[in-house]
Ligand binder design. Structure first.
Ligand code: IMP
Ligand code: MG
Length: 369
C-alpha cells in the first residue's frame, strides 16, 4: 500500500503485466503498419513512460513526437481540455499513431481529433495502454487497447494524483476504503477486556463488534441471519462460520465511516481467522493485529473470585471452574496466536496493573499498528 497526499492506493497492475501489454500492442501496430514509417504522438504528461517503453520495443524505424493536453483535476475528469503544446511538425500524408496512457471519459480524445481535423494525415490511429470501458462516453474507435480496467482511479507508470505517482514503475488503484485500524482483541476471563474495549473505542473512534452481542441482537430482531443462526442453535449445532461472517459483514457495512473495528469473540479458529481476513480484504482493508491481554493465572483466579463474591455469578465462585475456563481460553487462542504470529501481527500486552496503566500500554501498541 502507498500514500500520495491524503489518499491510499493498493498495488493493482505489476511491471510484468504492463510490459507484456506494451509488447502486445507493439506487435499489433508493427504488424498493421508494415513498412510505413509511422509518427508516434505521445500525449503528455501521462504517456511519457508508455511512449518510452513502446518505442524502445518498436522493431522498425519510426518518429516520435508529443502534444500536451491537460484535463484532470485531482481524481476527476473535466470537460475543459487545455491544449498546452500543439503539433509542431507537418504530418501531411503520414501514418500517425496516438499513444495515450489512459482513456477515461474520452474528452481528451475529442480534443485530439480536433487537433487532427485539418491535418491531411494518411491515417490516424489511437493506441491506449489503459482503457476504462465503463467511463468511456464517445464513439471514436480505439484501434489498440493494452489493458481494460474498471472505472477506478489509478496512479503510476506515468499517471498521477495531483502530480505525484508518475514515477512508479507499476500501477496502483485508489482504495475504496481509506485507512482503518482493525484488530481482534483477546484476553482470558477476568483480564479486563470489556473495560479496555470501551476506552479504546472512545480514544480511536472504533466500533466494538462483540460477536456474542451481534448474535443476540440478530436473534432478538428476528433478522434473516438471526433466524438462520437460531435454527442451528435450536438443533444444538454450531452456527456455520459463513453465517457469523455474514452478520459481521453487515455490522461492518452499517458502520462504513468508522475509523476501524475491534473484533471481540471472533475469530476462534484458523478457518474463521482466514474468513475474517478475506472479509476485510474485500473492503480494501485488513486486520492490523491481534491484541491479547496477558495476565498470570493466579491473578485471574484472585480477580474472578473477588468478582464472584460481589456479583454472585456462580461461574465466578468456584475456583476449579475458573481454572478450567482459563485453561480452555489458552487452548483455543493458541492456534490464533500462531496464525497472527505468522503474519507478524500478534501483540501481547501485559494486563496486570491499574486500569489506566493497561489502557496506556494498549494505546502504545495500537499507535504502532
Ligand atoms: P479522459 O479525457 O476522461 O479520457 O481522460 C484522459 C486523461 O485523464 C488521461 O490522459 C489522464 O491524464 C487523466 N486520467 C484519466 N483517468 C485517470 C486515472 O485513473 N488516473 C490518473 N489520471 C487519469
Ligand atoms: Mg493522458
Amino acid at each position: 500500500m502507498i500514500k500520495l497526499h491524503d489518499l491510499y492506493f493498493k498495488p493493482f497492475i505489476s511491471e510484468e503485466e504492463i510490459d507484456s501489454a506494451v509488447q502486445r500492442m507493439v506487435d499489433q501496430v508493427a504488424n498493421d503498419i508494415q513498412d510505413d514509417i509511422p509518427v508516434f504522438v505521445g500525449v503528455l504528461n501521462g504517456s511519457f513512460m508508455f511512449v518510452s517503453d513502446f518505442v524502445k520495443k518498436y522493431p522498425k524505424p519510426c518518429e516520435v513526437t508529443f502534444i500536451k493536453l491537460a484535463s484532470y483535476e485531482g481524481v476527476k475528469s473535466t470537460d475543459d481540455i487545455q491544449r498546452l503544446i500543439g503539433l509542431t511538425q507537418d504530418l501531411t500524408g503520414r501514418t500517425v499513431v496516438i499513444l495515450e496512457d489512459i482513456i477515461d471519459s474520452g474528452n481528451t480524445l475529442v480534443e485530439i481529433h480536433r487537433i487532427f481535423e485539418n491535418e491531411e494525415v494518411k491515417e490516424l490511429k489511437i493506441a491506449t495502454l489503459f482503457y476504462k470501458p465503463e467511463a468511456y462516453k464517445k464513439d471514436f474507435k480505439l484501434h489498440y487497447v493494452g489493458i481494460e480496467i474498471p472505472n477506478k482511479f489509478i496512479v503510476g507508470y506515468g499517471l498521477d494524483y495531483d502530480a505525484l505517482g508518475r514515477n512508479l514503475p507499476e500501477v496502483y488503484q485508489l482504495k475504496t476504503t481509506q485507512h482503518m485500524t482493525n484488530f481482534v482483541l483477546f484476553g482470558p476471563p477476568g483480564a479486563g477486556k470489556g473495560t479496555q474495549a470501551n476506552f479504546l473505542k472512545e480514544t480511536y473512534n472504533l466500533v466494538h463488534i462483540s460477536t456474542g452481542d451481534v448474535f443476540r441482537q440478530n436473534i432478538k430482531n428476528k433478522t434473516a441471519l438471526g433466524m438462520l443462526a437460531k435454527s442451528f442453535m435450536d438443533k444444538g449445532e454450531l452456527v456455520p462460520d459463513q453465517i457469523t461472517i455474514d452478520m459481521l459483514n453487515a455490522e461492518v457495512e452499517k458502520n462504513s465511516d468508522a475509523n476501524g473495528f475491534i473484533f471481540d469473540g471472533f475469530p476462534r479458529t484458523n478457518a474463521q481467522a482466514k474468513a475474517l481476513d478475506e472479509l476485510m480484504d474485500g473492503k480494501d482493508s485488513q486486520i492490523n493485529g491481534m491484541i491479547a491481554l496477558e495476565v498470570d493465572d493466579e491473578v485471574l483466579v484472585e480477580r474472578l473470585l473477588g468478582r464472584g463474591k460481589t456479583s454472585g455469578r456462580a461461574d465466578d465462585a468456584d475456583e476449579q471452574i475458573i481454572r478450567n475456563r482459563i485453561k480452555e481460553y489458552y487452548k483455543k487462542t493458541a492456534i490464533l496466536k500462531d496464525y497472527y504470529d505468522a503474519q507478524d501481527k500478534y501483540c501481547g500486552v501485559d494486563g496486570v496493573g491499574s486500569i489506566s496503566e493497561i489502557t496506556e500500554r494498549l494505546n502504545k501498541v495500537i499507535d504502532k499498528l
